[in-house]
Design a protein around this ligand. Structure first.
Ligand SMILES: NC(=O)c1ccc[n+]([C@@H]2O[C@H](COP(=O)([O-])OP(=O)(O)OC[C@H]3O[C@@H](n4cnc5c(N)ncnc54)[C@H](OP(=O)(O)O)[C@@H]3O)[C@@H](O)[C@H]2O)c1
Length: 208
């Protein structure tokens, strides 16, 4: 698989962890952050020779093959609307969770409305970031459930999940985003007793 140009929007727990893993795997990561001049941004710049750190518009302007959304759920609507022209037509991975508003956890409706030709995948949103940092559990690889369309970008998304160290398990197309998001509640509930280094594993006689 060729290396990819990835725009990582948000460089906190999720963006920082995934961005570092993908940089290590050889991909070119452009971080989009609110303050490209702060100390965190300077540290990020030193995480790889090909790493760049700029504004969200800067990152989206690097002609990314994949865009990861790793910003707070409450900022998704405005971010998608503001940058719709740069997002439309591209492959998007939405890891952001909109919690506590009573509406859907995902932002698919906003992508559909504002960026109708984007290929939107729901991934990296059901496990705590610690599991992306360390995806192995007593020697066993964790699985990551995701949803999104078939096509060329599917192989890229599966590659990016594998590059983090998890096994990709596709639940279906965008109509299965709700099935992915249902696991978020299961993860939160279990993590209260088992701790945050916690993932899921599919066991089946069928080959996967
Ligand atoms: N934490 C987890 O384990 C976990 C797991 C799965 C999914 N998620 C989801 O992933 C997303 C990120 O979570 P996180 O834990 O990584 O959060 P975080 O550590 O707080 O990082 C959020 C990042 O987004 C940036 N940001 C905030 N508002 C922004 C805006 N309007 N435009 C651009 N960047 C903005 C922040 O920049 P500043 O530093 O300037 O504030 C920070 O770099 C959330 O939607 C969360 O629900 C989190």
């Amino acid at each position: 698989m060729a290396t990819l140009r990835i725009a990582v929007l948000g460089a906190g727990n999720i963006g920082g962890t995934l961005g570092r893993k993908w940089t290590k795997a050889g991909h070119t990561v452009a971080y989009g952050v609110r303050d490209p001049q702060n100390a965190e941004a300077q540290t990020l710049r030193q995480s790889g020779a090909s790493v760049t750190v700029g504004t969200v518009a800067d990152a989206l302007g690097t002609d990314p093959q994949v865009i990861l959304f790793a910003i707070p759920g409450g900022t998704m609507e405005a971010t998608i609307a503001t940058h719709a022209a740069q997002i439309n037509g591209r492959t998007v991975i939405d890891a952001a969770n909109r919690l506590g508003g009573g509406g859907p956890t995902d932002s698919f409706a906003n992508f559909q409305q504002q960026t109708p030709t984007a290929q939107v995948y729901r991934a990296f949103n059901t496990l705590g970031w610690e599991n992306f940092e360390n995806p192995v559990f007593n020697g066993m690889q964790g699985d990551l459930f995701f949803a999104g369309p078939e096509g060329d970008s599917l192989a890229q998304v599966e590659q990016l999940i594998s590059d983090v160290g998890l096994r990709p398990i596709r639940l279906g197309g965008t109509d299965q985003i709700g099935a992915v998001d249902a696991l978020l509640g299961v993860w939160f509930t279990l993590s209260k007793t088992l701790g945050r280094h916690l993932a899921f594993k599919v066991l089946s006689d069928a080959s996967n």
